[in-house]
Every structure is written in structure tokens, then in C-alpha cells.
Design a protein around this ligand. Structure first.
Ligand SMILES: [Zn+2]
Ligand SMILES: [Zn+2]
Length: 264
């Protein structure tokens, strides 16, 4: 049984797909539970808004939860784009609404969306990776209102480089982040968007997943990061067997921010 805990709909600026289409396709695929995690990214140096009308979002989620109650379980999540200067604002959102699940992601640093490349201009590749992991650690030292870290090594996706850098160059900060996650009772996700970005490894890498396991990390969710119906639960048959082979006996689903362990 697969759980897709990272899905977007047209509540996100970068998706055109209706929530209901995502739900219908998930039912067709035989999924028993999904979690919508639409984007909220504050304080970006761009013209457009990445906020969400939470009332409308929850109204829709409630409506579809009810409409499809016999066919699929639909959870209420959000993917918050954290930056160190907005942790309080994100905490406010996290606590104001009845979320089942919150993904803490770094999409931007110092207001610069990593997607647009400006962030990389005055840095070497190594400096860019270091800045990314340092930002993530700075954020989670303060911000605790989340369930899992989204696409932990996302930085590998961006920047116009010939190849990605080895985790071993950043092993200290990566371990520090993972220890903090475990200490706080949080988790990580395995995000299969790596296939869309032609990355040579999973997101996060198998190496990072192994370090997490070795440090005692147990909370892990699975997400496609789908923005349209063709991406839902992509490669989940592979990642579930991969996780089992790697010594994870459980994946997590969430109810009202509390993890529930599901045997693989
Ligand atoms: Zn993301
Ligand atoms: Zn996402």
C-alpha cells in the first residue's frame, strides 16, 4: 500500500491541476491515502504571491474528504518554504490551521528563489551547497512546527553545473541537520521528483538516507512532489522496496501532525 504525502494542485502557483483530478487519478492508481501539500512561500524577491487562501483550501479539502470518503483518505498538508527570517510567520500559519502534515522545505535563501539562479551568481558550487545546508540548519534550530524535511538535498537540482557535488564534502552539516531532526521527533521524506530532474540519485541521496537510518532516524514519508496527474506515486513500487531493503520496516502517515507507522 502506497502513501503519497507530497502532492500539489492548482492551489499552488506552479500547478494547473484541479484537486479533484489529482484525487480521481490517485483512486485509479489504487492509493488508499494521499496528502495535499500545496505551496506557501513567503518573502520572495519576485512579483507574484506564493500564499494560499487557507479558508478556501480547507473548505475544498473538507468537501473532497467527504465526497470521496469511501474511496480514499485525503489528508490536509502544506509545503512551507522556510527562510530564516520568516520562521515566526510560518509557525503562526502552522498553528492556526488544523494540518495533518507539514513539509518544511527550503526553496529560497535571502528572498532569492533557488529556481531562478540569482542565488548562485556570486558563489562557487561548494559555497552554494554550504549556504543551502546552513540555511536549513539555522531554520530547524528555531522552527519546530513541521512533520518532515522536504527534498533535503534540493540544492543538487539547481545551478548550472556539470555535475553535483558529493555528500562527503558536507557530511558534518548533513549529520548535524539529521541529528536535530531526530532529536526533535521529526522526519524526512523520500521525494521521487529526482526522476523528473534527471538526478543520478534519489532525493535525498541513498547516502543521506543511510546516514539518517544509522543515526536512528525512523520517521520517513514518501512523496512524488507531483504537480499533475501523471506524476502521482511515481516510482513508488521501487522506493518502497528500496526502503525495506535499506532496513526501514515502516513508512509514516500523519494524523493531526502525529506520525503513524505503517509496516512496509
Ligand atoms: Zn518543494
Ligand atoms: Zn513540492
Amino acid at each position: 500500500m502506497f502513501y503519497d504525502y507530497h502532492m500539489h494542485s492548482n492551489f499552488s502557483n506552479d500547478s494547473k491541476t484541479d484537486m479533484e483530478d489529482m484525487i480521481k487519478k490517485s483512486i485509479d492508481l489504487g492509493l488508499k491515502e494521499i496528502c495535499f501539500t500545496d505551496h506557501v512561500d513567503y518573502d520572495l524577491d519576485t512579483d507574484f504571491d506564493w500564499g494560499i487562501d487557507y479558508n478556501e483550501y480547507f473548505n475544498k479539502l473538507n468537501f473532497f474528504q467527504d465526497k470521496y470518503r469511501d474511496k480514499i483518505s485525503i489528508k490536509k498538508g502544506i509545503e512551507l518554504g522556510l527562510q530564516k527570517q520568516i520562521t515566526d510567520r510560518c509557525s503562526e500559519d502552522s498553528n492556526k490551521y488544523p494540518f495533518d502534515f507539514i513539509i518544511c522545505s527550503i526553496h529560497a535563501i535571502n528572498k532569492l528563489d533557488l529556481y531562478f539562479g540569482e542565488f548562485f551568481k556570486d558563489k562557487t558550487q561548494r559555497e552554494a551547497y554550504e549556504a543551502y545546508f546552513n540555511e536549513l540548519y539555522t531554520v530547524i534550530k528555531k522552527y519546530k512546527d513541521y512533520s518532515v524535511l522536504g527534498h533535503l538535498d534540493l540544492i543538487k537540482r539547481y545551478g548550472a553545473y556539470d555535475k553535483i557535488l558529493e555528500d562527503s564534502l558536507f557530511s558534518d552539516i548533513i549529520e548535524t541537520i539529521l541529528k536535530q531532526v531526530i532529536y526533535d521527533g521529526k522526519g524526512i521524506e523520500l521525494n521521487t521528483s529526482c526522476y523528473r530532474y534527471n538526478l543520478p540519485d534519489l532525493t535525498p541521496s541513498r547516502n543521506i538516507i543511510n546516514i539518517y537510518k544509522d543515526l536512528g532516524g525512523e520517521i520517513i514519508t514518501t512523496g512524488s512532489d507531483s504537480h499533475n496527474t501523471t506524476q502521482i506515486a511515481y516510482k513508488f513500487d521501487y522506493i518502497y522496496s528500496y526502503l525495506k531493503d535499506s532496513g526501514f520496516n515502516y513508512v509514516c502517515k500523519f494524523n493531526q501532525m502525529k506520525p503513524e507507522f505503517i509496516k512496509i
